[in-house]
Design a protein around this ligand. Sequence first.
Ligand code: PRP
Length: 208
Amino acid sequence: MSLVFESNHPLVKQKVAALRAADTPPPAFRQLVRTLALLLGAEATVDLPIRPTTVRTPLGDAPGLELDGPVAIVPILRAGLGMADGLLDLIPEAQVWHIGLFRDEATLKPTEYYNKLPAHCRARVAMVVDPMLATGGSAVRACEILRDSGIRSIKFLCLIAAPEGIARLSEAMPDVPIHAGAVDDRLTDIGFIYPGLGDAGDRQFATG
Ligand code: PRP
């Protein structure tokens, strides 16, 4: 069973509520996605591997810390792009590995259409980002792709999760922690998270 972290940060709760509102327009929606990813990213990186270093201040030397090895941000296209921007605000030196998956509307199964992982994947930790964890099919597929590329440490970050998606990702990838802005009630019979926020890709990119 994966560790599941539902954020209790008041700003996360406030911003998730704003994200849900049907009258939040795409520019505000995109900004909320970006800031929420940064807030969730801060919570999800408390155990990031670090090593000691020394920095020269204007007055002398001070002990410091630096990241111990590369971090990869893995947005699931296309809705994950906005979250990747927020994580890059937090970890500007991170690599970004894009994975394109869309969910077949009839079967709800993910179809892979793009993969921009480097030829040799090297990351101490890979952070998969997608605003919505619905059935969990897309998240599981993205984690499988990373595992097949030799990545051991994976974290999954989403803005809203359905219990069904948490159960599926936990079962398939029990050592991948799940960080969610909110855990909602259920999936509808057409696979939408309820009450959710609608389609996160369409709302970010004004294609609804
Ligand atoms: C949505 C969402 C996830 C996926 C979640 O993407 O952003 O990637 O569906 O569903 P799942 O947990 O049941 O797999 P969508 O396929 O609509 O593509 P988009 O990001 O291009 O809008």
